[in-house]
Design a protein around this ligand. Sequence first.
Ligand SMILES: [Zn+2]
Length: 311
Amino acid sequence: MYRLNQLCLAALLFAALGLSCSQDSSVPPTFDGPRAFSYLERQVAFGPRVPGSEAWTNCRAWYTSFFDSLGLKVDSQVFDFVDPYSGATLPLVNLMVSVAGRSTDQPGILLAAHWDCRPRCELASDPSLAAKPLDGANDGASGVAVLMELAVLLAEQPPPLGVQLVLFDGEDWGEPGDLEYYMLGSREFARRSVRGKYRFAIVLDMIGDKDQQIYREGYSQQYNPSLNDMVFAAASRLGLTTFHDSVKYYIHDDHLSLNSGGLPAIDLIDFDYPHWHTERDTPDKCSPEALENVGTLMVHLIYDPSLWPKN
Ligand SMILES: [Zn+2]
């Protein structure tokens, strides 16, 4: 009887241990907003990451060493763009970071942000600053900061299916109205084929505002309502009150390039940002909490493919 009890106890212990082990690998890791915010500040500290500038070169080297140090594979797409405003040839560089999933049975997902800064602040309150480049704390660095913190978590705890993180260059090059000179990096990325390689893509842009208000973006809703449904249902479950389940703006952003290439993509963007394209787009307008909201949502989606749209 005693021996039997001992065996039963051992069996119960094994069951409990097995359960806790399986819980460990299925529980999504915790997204660290303050650490993500430090990555936002670090990018801005390089200076405006305007394509071709010294800050752009130095920041890209830092990104590469950061992802290398996590043991993740970093590839780049280098291509030339002839600037219509100066006639000069501008080198542009997309960075792609690959994270293998525990299973390779199905295509994984793609998460992207733009790492370049706009070369001008045409909406500056002081017109003498209009020709100066943006610091791009929210417009650029916020999305990348979330991807960097995700990379840390993904390197520590492999996701169920593969994740491709992409840092697009040249998103914000064009002058107002010159739509063909925006989204340069994502156009090139899509041109090199994206169809069928990923289940879907989510673009993160301007998600760091300390007064965060994220609505369904109109083109995303038009082309991929099921992806928006997935995101906003998850935000509601997580109690993220800065997400609003209705369409407010239609934004030309990198998700349009991906959709044009045949990859279903949506844009998560907070366009209620009074500092947009001004000299005031600086880290003090952003917050760790805003990054953590979006990062936590992304972790939730990455680690639970059962939430993904079925087709
Ligand atoms: Zn912009």
